[in-house]
Design a protein around this ligand. Structure first.
Ligand code: C5P
Length: 293
């Protein structure tokens, strides 16, 4: 069987509003997701025996059933009663636990790629059902581009594409425990309310949408990890037109109007020992293109 290689893109959150705390402990969100071209690569080789085998270029990353790639493949194999198996190799670049959705992206790409390679007649609704239990961010990566996430962030509505943007992702190398941050949110934030940002700025995107980016998790994260707040400030000081934390951090993204300024900012911020990734937005058509094989 030929080896098929697919890109697995990262995401940022243009906005992330917490609307309420749900009875199950999760939080109701309104978030605008955006795929960006920092990506992992997943290679798939279908095998006649039913085993699912994962290998990875990062030796410290678990490749057993705790990995979302393996869980996604198993869920699809069960759903489609697939007699074959697969060897998957992950070439990772997206930092883990960094608010960029790397693991969630890998899981969704596995569902999309294997449903084609194993010829599973799964509808979009079937894939959504398989994606939801794997994590709140997984359904978004079935779509890519710019999209609204409601519920736990797992009910997805594609939005019109924003104009291409130059970004700088910066990670100061710390791990933020997402569940703990949600639990620490102030009662004000978890009190039921309606969304502030949509649809006024993103549906369709208005020219000033960058002045309305938000992330309700920032204050709580910056209190516990002041360095992450400092990263945001340094991005703004070095010329970013907007800068926000992605998801629950620790990655912060800056939006830059021109490439020279972004290069200068990248050099400056890397001097603090922080990891930097220049990248750009990936729209829905570009995202879909990577699944044509
Ligand atoms: O779904 P995922 O595994 O990405 O979520 C990690 C943790 O973040 C959850 O266990 C939960 O504590 C918290 N979370 C939340 N509300 C959301 C998404 C995540 O409270 N909408």
């Amino acid at each position: 069987m030929p080896l098929i290689t697919v890109s697995s893109f990262a995401k940022i959150n243009w906005t992330l509003e917490v609307l309420s705390r749900l009875p199950n402990g999760y939080h109701e969100l309104h978030t605008v997701f955006q795929t960006v071209d920092l990506c992992d690569e997943l290679s798939f080789e279908i095998t006649p025996s039913p085993d699912i085998h994962l290998s990875c270029n990062w030796p410290y990353l678990a490749t057993d059933e705790t990995n979302l790639i393996v869980r996604a493949a198993q869920a699809l194999q069960r759903f489609g009663q697939v007699p074959q198996g697969v060897k998957i190799h992950a070439t990772k670049r997206i930092p883990t636990g960094a608010g960029l959705g790397g693991g969630s992206s890998n899981a969704a790409v596995t569902l999309l790629a294997l449903s084609q390679l194993w010829s599973v007649p799964a509808t979009s609704a079937d894939l959504q059902q398989l994606a939801e239990p794997l994590g709140a961010d997984v359904p978004f990566f079935l779509y890519g581009g710019t999209a609204l996430g409601t519920g736990r962030g797992d009910k997805i509505e594609p939005l019109p594409d924003v104009a291409p943007q130059l970004l700088l992702l910066v990670n100061p190398g710390m791990h933020v425990p997402t569940g703990e941050i949600f639990r620490k949110l102030s009662p004000q934030l978890t009190k039921p309310k309606t969304a502030r940002i949509l649809p006024a700025y993103f549906f369709p995107p208005k020219s000033d949408y960058l002045t309305h980016l938000c992330n309700d998790l920032e204050l709580t994260v910056f209190e516990t990890y002041p360095t992450i707040g400092l990263v945001r400030q340094k991005l703004l000081d070095s010329g970013a037109t907007a800068a926000r934390m992605s998801g629950s951090g620790a990655t912060v993204f800056g939006v830059f109007a021109d490439e020279a300024q972004r290069t200068q900012a990248a050099t400056l911020l890397a001097q603090s020992g922080w990891q930097v990734w220049p990248c750009k937005t990936v729209n829905q058509a570009e995202y879909k293109e990577s699944f044509k094989f």
